[in-house]
Write a protein that binds this ligand. Sequence first.
Ligand code: PRP
Length: 212
Amino acid sequence: MEDILKVAMPKGRIYKQAAKLFHKAGLPIPEDLEEGRRLIIPVPEAKMEFILAKPVDVPTYVEYGVADIGVVGKDVLMEENRNVYELLDLGIARCRMSVIGLPDWKPVINPRVATKYPNVASQYFREKGQQVEVIKLNGSIELAPLIGLADRIVDMVETGQTLKENGLVEQEEIFQITSRLIANRVSYRLKNDSIQRLCDMLQAVLPVAGKI
Ligand code: PRP
């Protein structure tokens, strides 16, 4: 059992792209894992076990060592700030974190900023020396400036479609986002051979090789 590698995979938009990459690397992870309701999927032929987690929880599973490694977006990594190793930039699920507002937005004193990423937003405006009130929301962030809850929002932009359909504009880009392979610090030492092997296999099929 010890040499089984436990991999936390994010459910949702990243999963399919990650599964495709793992497949390309010769790892027989089911591509339709999400169609069922199972949360733990053993793949004994690859000596792996996949744990399907909410994306925001992946670094938590990895930090606590219940998963040896995980796939997670840079957005979640920046927000959660967990004690894990970042091993590889997988180059998938590419998007960006941005400040967004209405086209006629004008600076006000102590503006309200709504976001799913309160730590990222607070740090960004602190570093710019701007005082803001950050309001944490859990989804549909684009609503906030439309209904007067916030002056601006900090959110992920992928295709820009959500902004377009809601008459919002991207004002400042904060950072680029891609998915990363992360590892538990103890697992990285104890299971170094299998983690390294996995990294090598993935790296060989990455569009832009991404050792960090
Ligand atoms: C994310 C993000 C934006 C949207 C951006 O929301 O918060 O709303 O995707 O994608 P686009 O630029 O391709 O339109 P998500 O779908 O995760 O749902 P949420 O609103 O519940 O956060």
